[in-house]
Every structure is written in C-alpha cells, then in structure tokens.
Design a protein around this ligand. Structure first.
Ligand code: GDP
Length: 439
C-alpha cells in the first residue's frame, strides 16, 4: 500500500535527519520534496500545497530549528497533519437505531456489490440481522453476483428479476425486512461506467423513497484524481455520509485516500483491501498516516490478531509451551492462524520499519506452503515427538512433501531452536543470562 509515496517521503526527510542544525531553507526544501511526493501520488495541487504550507508553518512555529531532533519533530508534525488531512478521527457507522437503512452508491466496477457483502458480513458478526437488496435492475448478472455473496456469508438477499423499478424494489425490500425481523437493510444500487444524469436521478429517487440513515459512496482507490472528481459529483447530488475506498490492496498511489476528505468534506469510513469478503477495515486516519510515513501500524496488527485468536486455544498453547510440549501440530496451527489474518506482506508492513525493508521481497501466503507440506508429510507420532525424526524418516518426509532433504533439515533445526527459546523463556534465570550477553 502506498509504497512509492512512502519511499519518496522517506527520501524527503533524509535531508533533515542528516543535519545537526537545520535552517529555514532546509525545511522549505524538504517541504518542496514532500509536495512533489504528494503530487506524484496523485494528490491534487491545491490539497498538496495547502498541506505543505501548514506543515511548514507549524514546524517553524514549534521551533523545529532549535529542537533536539529536528528530523523527528518534522516527521511527527507531518504525521499529525496527514492524519488530520484524512479526517483525524475514525468515523463510525451509526447502527444504534432499531432499524437502519444503508444505501450503497458508486460507479460500476467500483466494488459496490463486494462491499455490500463485506459490510453485511461485518454487521452480522456484531449480532445484527441484515438484509441485502439487489437494486441493479439493468444487469441480471449483478443480481446473481449479490445472491452468491449473500449465500457465502449467510445473509438473505432480496431480489426481483422481473422489476425494472429500483424505487419499487427498495420499498418492497424495506417492508419485507420489517416483516421478517431484519434490523439493517443494505441496498446495492446500479452503477454506470461513468457519471450520467439518468443514474444520478435514479439513485436520488431511491434515496427519497428509502430515506436511508446512511449513504455510502464506494470508489476505486486506483482511479486517483478521477475518484475525487466522481466523489464530488455524487456528493453534490446525494449528500452522502461517508466514503468507501476499495482496492487499497492494489498498486494504488494513494492520492484518493489523501485528498477525498479535503475535497468533499466527508469521512472515509471503510477501506477494501482485497476481493475476499473479510477484506474490509474501518478507516483510521491516524493509523494510515503512520503507515504512509513508514512508522508501521501496530494497533491494527494487534486487532487483526485478536480477531483470529481463540482464548481457549491460546491458553492451551501457553500451557504446552510452559511444559515444553509445543509440537509440530501447534506449529502448523499457528501458521494457519497467521494466514487467516490476511496477506502476509501486508501484515509485515504494519510492523514499524519492516514495510520498506521487504517491499521488493517476493513474499506471499504461498511462502508457507513448503513448510506446511513438510509437516503434513510427518506421521502424527512424528509431529508430536519431533526428536524421533531420524535420517531415514527425514528422507521419507522429503520425498512425501516434494522437498529437498535440506529443506526438511532446515525446518527441523529451526523448530529445535524455537523450542530451545521457549524453554529458556520458561526459565527466567537463564533468560536473564541470555539478555546479559546481548549487545
Ligand atoms: P460493482 O460493479 O461496483 O458492484 O463492483 P464489484 O463488487 O462487482 O467489484 C468489481 C471488481 O473489483 C470485482 O472483480 C471485485 O472482486 C473487485 N474488488 C472489489 N473490492 C475489491 C478490493 O477491495 N480489492 C480488490 N483487489 N478487488 C476488489
């Protein structure tokens, strides 16, 4: 996410970080580089200029020039301003009412249907009873698509293949939802390839009839400045409540995330980070700012981990580690849990400083495949008692998993090291000795 921008900002700040004392000229030069980086990321000139002017003013106001570490202070000010630019606080979806209607609008292909499914899944996981509504009367394939999504997440979908009247469909769906005890209605609407008057008029009519509490505008982050312009047009017509930026997992330059708030003055509420139905995150401007500046996003990482970890399992694992009984079954379980947390490269990018270091490394969830295959080629007894895995067993495992014996040896060695480390952690006096020997 935003690797290019990250790189360029990093380079911009290098100038400042290297100097013992800095001058107003250094600050101005750095800000010029920052502005260039923002423009390259497809942020509009007006937004980029206003941004760098503010940072410069704040920096000089806060006596960056005489501070102990001017570079760091500048990064902090930039970080705070970036966060403010994107809205500051995370904006929540208000689901406190007994019955909430959410209208989803946006161009065709922006990711509306996928997002409708993601949102329904999220809302369902909070104990609500959502109903999805297929409001695209022009493309039967779009209705089918929403139906499939609904089946995947176990949420019913209201469809009417015969009707050509989106207003009627929305009204019928809402009364059905009330009858059947649903408390959230998510209406997916028809999009066009470009903004057109007929589409706008249709959505405006659906809005008037359905009277939604929440209108979310979905836009593809990869479309950069176009995303911002489309947002402006939709906002003028619909006065929406929030933006959903999709496809942030792709090679987006980030301009839309940075400028939409400033241009339409509506918060980004959610981001889409993949095609799968769990690839959705609440948008946190502060965390995003830290990520953009290569400062990592540990809070999100911990949250993702928490979502996956089952307390009982974790307690059992702890018990095993304490008793030196951690085996290959546990190891495999851990790998699988990490994979469930999302794309491994994305996850590692949330660790401060790591994102940049691994940006050219070819790393994906398939990287675990070799290791998994090796463990899966072990017998249950071997998995529980790795110490019995002798030369001939190693050869059999290598053959069974389609690996070199060297790979099997490597994994066994790493596993042994890991067990040693765990043993050491169980023994505080040894651990203290180890720490003393550290540089
Ligand atoms: P709609 O026409 O607005 O309903 O858009 P769709 O929901 O059909 O999405 C269009 C395409 O974008 C599909 O291939 C989706 O799988 C894909 N897509 C949607 N959201 C995301 C996302 O967050 N990341 C990625 N990589 N693809 C997405």
């Amino acid at each position: 996410m935003f690797e290019n921008l990250q790189d360029k900002l990093d380079r911009a700040f290098k100038v400042l970080k290297g100097h013992g004392s800095i001058t107003e000229i250094n600050v101005a030069e750095t800000m010029k580089e920052v502005r260039k980086a923002l423009l390259d990321a497809d942020v509009s000139f007006k937004v980029a200029k206003a941004f760098t002017d503010t940072v410069k003013e704040k920096a000089l106001g806060q006596n960056v020039l005489t501070s102990v570490s001017p570079g760091q202070l500048m990064v902090k000010i930039t970080n705070d301003e970036l966060s403010k630019l994107m809205g500051g606080q995370a904006a929540n979806l208000d689901l406190s009412a007994n019955f909430t209607i959410i209208l989803i609008a946006g161009l065709q292909g922006s990711g509306k249907t996928t997002f409708s499914g993601k949102l329904a899944r999220l809302i369902k996981s909070k104990g609500k009873r959502p109903l999805l509504v297929a409001g695209d009367v022009y493309r039967p394939a779009a209705i089918d698509q929403l139906k499939i999504v609904g089946e995947q997440i176990g949420v019913p979908v209201f469809t009417d293949y015969e009707s050509k009247d989106p207003v009627g469909i929305a009204e019928a769906a809402i009364s059905r939802a009330k009858q059947e005890g649903h408390n959230v209605v998510i209406i997916d609407t028809a999009g066009r390839l470009a903004v057109d008057e007929e589409m706008m008029d249709e959505i405006a009519r659906v809005k008037a009839a359905a009277n939604p509490q929440e209108i979310l505008f979905v836009v593809d982050a990869m479309t950069g400045q176009d995303a911002v312009n489309t947002a402006k047009t939709f906002n003028e017509r619909l006065d929406f409540d929030g933006v959903v930026l999709t496809k942030l997992d792709g090679d987006t330059r980030g301009g839309a995330a940075l400028s939409i708030r400033a241009v339409v003055d509506k918060p980004i509420k959610f981001i889409g980070t993949g095609e799968k139905l769990d690839a959705i995150d609440v948008f946190h401007p502060d965390r995003m700012a830290s990520r953009i500046l290569g400062m990592g996003d540990v809070v999100s990482l911990v949250e993702r981990a928490q979502q996956q970890i089952d307390e009982k399992q974790a307690a059992e694992l702890q018990r095993k580690i304490r008793k030196n009984k951690f085996d290959f079954n546990d190891f495999l379980g851990q790998l699988q849990q990490i994979k469930k947390m999302g794309n491994i490269k994305d996850l590692m990018g949330m660790i401060p400083g790591v994102g940049k270091a691994i940006k050219d490394v070819d790393l994906d969830n398939d990287s675990f495949k070799g290791i998994e295959a090796i463990i899966q080629s072990m017998t249950p007894y071997e998995r529980q008692n790795p110490e019995v895995i002798s030369g001939s067993r190693r050869q059999r495992i290598a053959r069974g998993s389609g690996n070199d014996i060297a790979e099997v040896n490597k994994l066994l060695k790493q596993f042994e090291e890991m067990r040693k480390m765990m043993k050491m952690m169980n023994n505080p006096s040894k651990m203290a000795g180890l720490m003393r020997n550290m540089p």
